[in-house]
Write a protein that binds this ligand. Structure first.
Ligand code: FES
Ligand SMILES: [Fe+2]
Length: 442
């Protein structure tokens, strides 16, 4: 019999650590299937990961499914009004309780296989043919405990996160200053609440998930990658007088054509845990026109200082690493769902701030269609490049991906730092968090 094949990275922590240098990463972080499996176990299953927004399940029994790190999950609103996250796995023989998608399951889950029923909190409610279990050990078995739950679930201002396994920091400690970012987005509503504006726009592309989350902090690429889109938007608007009111699409697209100086000056903040805020000083969203009555409504609700702080907060992207990137204006988020080492799904969700002008959610849905939809004028530029990266990293001669821009001095883990908007420290910081998670014990 052959001995089991030695596992290149699982059995060799040194080799795994060597994949991330101070200013470069090895191509295997994007290409290697074993690294992907280790990521699922060590990063995705043990980190706080974005599940969804509570407004996706507004009524008792409303339920949605998702997949994190290969585990089937569901988010459900229980009868007391609380949002719960449970494993979508029947305690009996493992059928999914809810097929993929969204549903209202009524007052309890009923498994489609042998009709075991569960309360909305996951407790076993009824087992058919119960007499057949008399005298058996079922009552003290795993099955009797009902549906499994993730190790942790946290809801912050309606945004639901879960940590599937293991011990670790609380959500509040993990998110740190990013909680204030979420607060600023939620406070764009006079009521302090958001609701999803319809279904997400989904893209599935044939490349590694990290290429996407690092691109969210890459401001050097727009003038090159999006040149044709920038030229097209410029051509549509050419000849307009400078004070001509810009339609929404032009307000959203023309700033992509800003030069590198603009992107450098927008500024970025590197935060512990791989998190970041890009666009601390300005962004491509900073000059959208004001809306009648909106500012007054925010001032009435939150007070003058808070309202103006909320309105002024328009970062390009705020990343809660590794699963979600948020914008405050438009209220749009992107959720990263790795499917395989070379296959990733991204969902773009738009939000309506409750009690605010409807135009705000139109801004977000329009932005998502113009910029994030696979049918948009921009997203395919990025996805095309991501897929070519996945292919071309196999080229012989140089296995390293450079992250050197701005790396002029040692950078310590867990530091908060203000950087220029084009500094790749925003990306190096993600890989520091990645390496810290991946170096964790089996
Ligand atoms: S697998 Fe669900 S009831 Fe049997
Ligand atoms: Fe892009």
């Amino acid at each position: 019999m052959n001995a089991p094949a030695r596992s290149r990275y699982r059995d060799d922590p040194e080799a795994l650590r060597a994949l991330v240098r101070d200013d470069a990463v090895h191509r295997d972080v994007y290409l290697d299937e074993e690294v992907f499996e280790l990521e699922r176990e060590r990063l995705w299953a043990r980190s706080w990961v974005y599940v969804g927004h509570e407004s996706q399940v507004p009524a008792a029994g409303d339920c949605m499914t998702l997949d994190v790190a290969g585990r089937p999950l569901l988010m459900v609103r229980d009868e007391a009004g609380a949002v719960r996250v449970l494993m979508n796995r029947c305690a009996h023989k493992g059928a999914k309780l809810v097929s993929d998608g969204t549903a209202n399951v009524g007052r309890f889950f009923r498994c489609p296989y042998h009709a075991w029923a569960y309360d909305l909190d996951g407790a076993v409610r009824a087992i058919p043919l119960r007499s057949g279990y008399e005298g058996t050990a079922l009552a003290s078995s795993d099955a009797a405990r009902g549906l499994s739950s993730p190790a942790g679930v946290a809801v912050h201002r309606g945004f639901v996160f879960a940590r599937l396994e293991g011990a670790g920091p609380s959500f509040d400690d993990w998110a740190g200053p990013m909680r204030a970012v979420i607060d600023a987005i939620a406070d764009r509503s006079p009521a302090g609440r958001l609701r999803v504006a319809g279904a997400p726009i989904r893209s599935v592309y044939r490349a590694n998930w990290k290429t996407y989350i690092e691109n969210i902090n890459d401001t050097v690429h727009p003038p090159a990658t999006h040149q044709s889109a920038n030229d097209a938007a410029g051509a549509v608007w050419a000849g307009q007088p400078p004070d001509a009111p810009r339609p929404m699409s032009m307000q959203q697209l023309l700033p992509f054509g800003s030069g590198w100086t603009f992107f450098e000056r927008m500024g970025g903040r590197v935060l512990p845990g791989g998190h970041s805020v890009l666009g601390t000083q300005s962004s491509i969203h900073a000059s959208y026109e004001g809306l009648d009555g909106y500012e007054a409504a925010l001032v009435a609700a939150h007070g003058e200082a808070r309202a103006h702080a909320v309105l002024a907060f328009a970062p390009q992207n705020a990343v809660l690493y590794p699963s979600v990137s948020m914008k405050a204006m438009p209220q749009a988020i992107r959720v990263i769902r790795p499917l395989a080492v070379d296959l990733t799904m991204v969902e773009a969700w738009a939000f309506q701030p409750v009690d605010a002008p409807e135009l705000l959610s139109r801004r977000a849905t329009t932005y998502n269609r113009l910029v994030f939809s696979p049918m948009s004028v921009l997203a395919h530029d990025d996805l095309h490049v991501f897929e070519t990266i996945q292919q071309a990293l196999r080229a012989d001669g140089n296995p390293w991906v450079s992250l050197a821009r701005g790396h002029v001095a040692p950078e310590r883990d867990g530091e908060t730092a203000e950087v220029g908007g084009t500094d790749e420290r925003l990306i190096r910081n993600q890989f520091r968090a990645w390496a810290a998670a991946m170096g964790g014990a089996d």
